[in-house]
Design a protein around this ligand. Structure first.
Ligand code: S3P
Length: 168
């Protein structure tokens, strides 16, 4: 079994892979939770969809990069354990490798069919509107997530995560 070296968890994965749910469960176990999407919404006082439609995706990606620096500032100066719920595209930011130094990067690997099923009634994710494009993005991202992750986890639930990550 791979040994966990760092205190914090950085949850990555495609939209609707369960990062938010898992991060909230870990919060109940004593982790302090940060969500990069929520930090952006708070900063902009605007939904992700509105940021995309008013300013475009590129601008959103810049906000993600800035958010990574904010998260690093927090992680640098704390002895608390953190869980970071990352937006699905955060791994593509130039400074993601900086963030990676502060925690174990856990890839929540969920099948595309399951993603589509979970996103059926979702209208908060601008990149999920066109299923064909979504599928292409999923395929492109899969390798990227795998390459950057320290751990891979199939999203079977908190108990399984605890065992996979050798928590406690
Ligand atoms: C995105 C994922 C979303 C959000 C934005 C873009 C992506 O976060 O950051 O809609 O590029 O995969 P979730 O992964 O939390 O849905």
């Amino acid at each position: 079994m791979k040994i966990r070296e760092k205190n914090n968890f950085i949850l990555i994965g495609f939209m609707a892979s369960g990062k938010t749910t898992l991060s909230k469960e870990l919060e109940m176990l004593g982790f302090t939770r940060l969500s990069t999407d929520e930090m952006i919404i708070e900063k902009m006082q605007m939904s992700i969809s509105d940021i995309f439609s008013n300013y475009g995706e590129e601008y959103f990606r810049k906000l993600e990069e800035e958010t990574i620096y904010s998260v690093i500032e927090i992680l640098k100066d704390t002895s608390e354990k953190y869980v970071i719920d990352c937006g699905g595209g955060l791994i593509r930011a130039n400074n993601f490798s900086e963030l990676k130094k502060y925690g174990e990067v856990c890839f929540l690997n969920v099948a595309f069919e399951e993603v589509v099923n979970r996103l059926k009634y979702d209208n908060t994710r601008p990149l999920a509107r066109d299923k064909e494009k979504l599928c292409k993005l999923y395929i492109a991202r899969l390798e990227e997530y795998k390459n950057i992750a320290d751990f891979e986890y199939n999203g079977a639930g908190l108990e399984d995560f605890i065992i996979t990550l050798n928590l406690e």
